[in-house]
Structures are given as C-alpha cells and as structure tokens.
Design a protein around this ligand. Sequence first.
Ligand code: ADP
Ligand code: MG
Length: 345
Amino acid sequence: MKSLSSSFNKGCEPKHNLGLGVRLAVLLLLAPIVVKAEWFGDARPMMGTEVSVYLWSDDSEDGLATLESVFQEAQRIDRLMSTYKADSEISEINRKAAQTPVASGAELFRLISRSLEISELTDGAFDITYESVGQHYDFRGHQRPDAQTVETELENINFRFVQLDDEAQTVRFGRDGVRINLGGIAKGYVVERGVSILREKGIQNAIVTAGGDSRLLGDRRGRPWMVGIRDPRKEGEVAISVPLQDEAISTSGDYERFFDEDGVRYHHIIHPGTGSPASGVHSATVFGPDAVTTDALSTSVFVMGVDQGLRLIAKLPDYEGIVIDSDGQVFYSDGLEQPAKPASE
Ligand code: ADP
Ligand code: MG
C-alpha cells in the first residue's frame, strides 16, 4: 500500500520547482540534495506543452548527449502524431481515411490500436474521435463550436468508426467527417520512449515528463521521488504528494488548456457522449507501470467521474488513482493509504 502525504500535513518535504515549469500538471518536488553537478536536466516547450528530462549521470558529456537524444525522440514522435502539422502521418489519415484505407507507419498504427483497446476498457470514455468536435476549439483564441456544430459533429464521435486492418496496417474511417487526435495518449508514449532510451544508455535514475505525464526511472538515489499533484485551483500549489519510484504517473486537469466564459469553464477534455467538456472533476491522476496507459486512463477517469472512474481503477490491479472533484474533495482508489488529516481539521 502506498502512503501519501498531503501538503497540509506538517513535515511535508520542502518544495522546489526546479524550473521544470509551473504549467505542468505534475509538479516535481525535489529536495536540495538533487542540485548537484551529476544531475542533468532541461525543459523545452514541445507538443503544445513542456517536455522535461532530469537524469543522473557520472559523465557530463554522456549526460548531456543523453538528454538531447530524448528531446529528439519527442520531436520525432510529435512530427508523426501532431494534428497541428499538416504533413504528419495523422493529418494524412484525417484527410483521407473516410475515402480510402490509409497506410500508417507501424508505430502510429500500434498507438491507434492501443487507443481503441482503451476505448473498449473505458466504455468509450476514452475516444480519439473526440477530435471531430475538438477540432473546433481554439483555447488560446477563446473559440468554441456553437451548439449546431456540436450537434452535427457529435454524430462523428465513436471509436468504432476507426477501422484497422492489421495485415495491411491501414486505417479507415467508417464515416465522413470523422477526425482523430492522440492528444490523450501521445505524451505518455513520448515519456515511455524517453525512458527506454535512458535505459538503453545505462541511466538508472531519471524523470521524463511531457505535460501532465511523467515516468520515473529508479529512485532519487536512495529515496523515492516525491511527485506533487497540483491543487487544481491554486496555481503553483501542491495538493498531494506521492512518493514513487519506477512508476508512471499522469494527471488530467481542467486547468491545462481552457478559457472561462460567463462563469463556465471550457476545457480540453471532451465527454464523447455530449461533445462538450466533461464536468464534475477538476483533476484525475492515475499511476502504474506504463505511461501510455496512465495517460489514457487519467483522461478516461476525468471523463467517467469519481465513482465510475475509481471503479475502473479498482479493476486494474497495477494501477491506482486520485480524483479531485469539482467541490475540491479528494477521492483515493482502494490501494492507497490516505494521508493523515492535519490536527486542525
Ligand atoms: P494533458 O494533455 O494535459 O496531458 P490529458 O492527458 O488529459 O491532458 O489529455 C487531454 C487531451 O486529450 C486533450 O487535449 C485532447 O487532445 C485529448 N482528449 C480530449 N478528450 C478526450 C477523450 N474523451 N478521449 C481521448 N482523448 C481526449
Ligand atoms: Mg491523459
């Protein structure tokens, strides 16, 4: 059983942001001991968010080169999977797959296939065809689709419209107007790939983060990493810190990409049943062995809500979850030992 500490508890570890970016859904809490020459780290804007790598290496040249290779890998994956890039494989699929089967590279094919498995697992809460509506949002420009557009595009949301041919490695859409977007799973994939590269290079202690998704390699040299789950309504503040090693953790929040209009928050996680942003939850965190899975599941649990979401997590023995609902109340999955309440409460 994992024991958690709440930021309200006395004796919580000191918090250092380390410049990894306050926009991260997961803030890393590092004690001063890590700020040594042997730790190498960098954070770069990528994939519409920030990718960061932090690792321990005995050799500075190797350490820096290894950092670089993880960033290059993130860039390669983004070029393949970004709907913002007209020449990406996924953009080609979105343009043509309603007319004809489109050949896809093995890597993209596998991730689309994994997305569809997670759709089955989550009864459609995770659905990459959310993009049929999602494409009409521009969060920076405060643009959202009107009610008529949502109604029309809602007809195009259903993961079963995505037909994969395993033999030919092609993707076909069963309906005109369907669009897909891997935004709910691709960052987890970047993190997994990053950690694989680090392992190949012999690194034993590291964190790779892309937006709200992180994977920890080993521990913080003798102690667990402390990963903070952000307070969804207080920027820069941590609600709960979780000691982790050799594990992946993902948080989906309604504070990552959003705008407020007339008291309503329009954010980036779309309920496939309504075509509108999912309500009832401020953030959903999932941790377990694989970052691709935690990424997709955190988005799913956000959509499913506290009860259904935590019931799903209870069925998955290797995964745990923490949900903060829209009243700020915190809910934990069964395998977690909850933090002691501070004496003043
Ligand atoms: P972050 O991008 O902050 O890591 P998430 O992992 O929750 O957060 O992913 C949110 C992204 O997932 C959205 O920006 C969008 O690209 C995509 N998405 C939104 N709704 C869904 C959904 N119902 N199923 C699958 N992906 C979704
Ligand atoms: Mg996710």
